[in-house]
Design a protein around this ligand. Structure first.
Ligand code: MN
Length: 427
């Protein structure tokens, strides 16, 4: 299924006048504040977020899964779906693979297919949180932390194979998320579990090429409910430090206890140059994996405010980050849901870009708390959606990607092509 430039241009034509009015209004507002509108548009255009290969079909809960229809059944079809999102939004120029769910049989062919859709391969993700049919040892009681050296060796070997796959595809990073932990007091020796995990991570790290990065993800609970071996950013930071300079912490927005100040974690990790990657989603209670910006858009803005400040700080030692959406789609069409997430990310980023840090810094020095709040909320409450649309239009995308997707009946076409019963996820 190919969306042509002409189709997008024709579609944009019908929105042209409305968009022009809205864009000129906000551009004038920003210019009045001496904000360089063209530069912000360019930065939005440059901001690319990876789509994970497991997010293109219906997810599910512990209680059930409801098919969406037309889900991609192969890696080729998943790449095609990310291609659709990227063609319409021009902001999803990368795909993040999950191994072993998406092992490419022919890496060269897959690489060139992705290139046809203007996609590159972002971080590859290992999976030691479930057993595969052909594996010798079970991960029921852990993987990199397991009490049995043979299980740890198997999990290390799996991560090495994931790296090999990534190398073949041109990826440059490995994300490690561990389900390891315990569900009952007494089950695990905390100290031994950490020691084993560190030794295992070091073995994986040593296998990585020099220009690769390792991202260590943390999570406070689930699937284990008493303890997780890498429960928080502090543990992740400790392990990353011990592994070496190419190991970093990965922040997944849903992997925090309620009300955690995530923006402060971001600021702290950026200060140490140890923030490697970001998994976007939103949540009300836990790791809900909802659409980005659906529940707490102000928090998302505050996080981006720290990201923009931390990365642009003149003393910044943090490398560029790997951005990815890590959400689950139980109710909405996954492609529509992902496009909503992308817009929310772009919006929070744009809002953060218009914060005047000079004025904010002065308010802080003067301990003018009221003014500090005014500065942040003023940026947050400025409707920058026309700016996002302008950036998308500049890049060749659709002014309203979801409206285009619906008008062209893309889901219907996918169902006609693939059927109603295909299942995309590996779970
Ligand atoms: Mn994640």
């Amino acid at each position: 299924m190919i969306i042509t430039t002409e189709q997008i241009e024709t579609f944009n034509q019908s929105y042209k006048d409305e968009h022009k009015d809205q864009f000129e209004f906000v551009a004038q507002q920003l210019s009045n504040k001496s904000i360089d509108v063209a530069s912000i548009i360019q930065q939005i255009q440059n901001f690319q977020v990876a789509i994970p290969s497991w997010a293109l079909g219906a997810g599910g809960t512990r209680f059930g899964r409801f098919s969406i229809g037309g889900e991609p059944a192969s890696l080729e079809e998943k790449i095609m779906d990310v291609g659709i999102i990227h063609t319409l939004t021009r902001s999803a120029g990368a795909i993040s693979l999950h191994i072993p769910w998406d092992i490419p049989q022919n890496p060269e062919a897959i690489k060139s297919l992705a290139a046809d859709h203007n996609l590159v391969f972002d971080a590859v993700n290992s999976n030691t949180f479930q057993d595969q049919t052909d594996q010798e040892h079970s991960y029921k009681f852990g993987s990199l932390c397991h009490t049995d050296a043979a299980v740890r060796a198997q999990a290390i070997q799996h991560n090495k194979e994931v790296i090999d796959t990534g190398i073949a595809l041109g990826s440059k990073s490995l994300t490690v998320w561990l389900a390891d932990g315990s569900s009952f007091p007494g089950q695990l020796n905390f100290r031994d579990a950490l020691t084993y995990t560190l030794d295992s991570l070091k073995a994986i790290y040593a296998y990585m090429p020099d220009d690769w990065k390792m991202y260590i993800e943390y999570k406070p609970y689930e699937p284990n409910f008493y303890s997780m071996v890498i429960q928080d950013w502090g543990t992740s930071h400790l392990l990353a430090n011990e592994c070496g300079k190419n190991a970093y912490c990965l922040v997944d927005l849903g992997h925090h206890l309620p009300n955690t100040n995530i923006e402060q974690i971001v600021a702290t990790l950026l200060w140490r140059g140890k923030l490697g990657g970001f998994h976007f989603n939103d949540s009300k209670f836990g790791d809900d994996d909802l659409t980005v910006g659906a529940i707490k858009p102000y928090q998302l803005f505050l996080i981006f405010n720290e990201l923009v400040y931390g990365l642009s700080h003149n003393d910044s030692i943090n490398p560029p980050l790997a951005w990815m959406i890590d959400a689950s789609h139980n109710l909405k069409d996954p492609l529509e849901d992902l496009m909503q997430s992308l817009e929310a990310i772009q919006l929070a980023y744009a809002q953060a870009l218009i914060v005047n840090h000079k004025v904010l810094g002065a308010a802080r020095v003067a301990n003018d708390v009221t003014q500090a709040q005014v500065i942040l909320q003023d940026a947050y409450r400025t409707d920058l959606r026309p700016l996002i649309r302008e950036a998308t239009r500049h890049s060749g995308g659709a002014l309203d990607p979801i409206a285009f997707y619906r008008k062209e009946k893309i889901r219907k076409k996918l169902i006609e092509r693939r059927g109603l019963e295909t299942i995309a996820t590996g779970l």
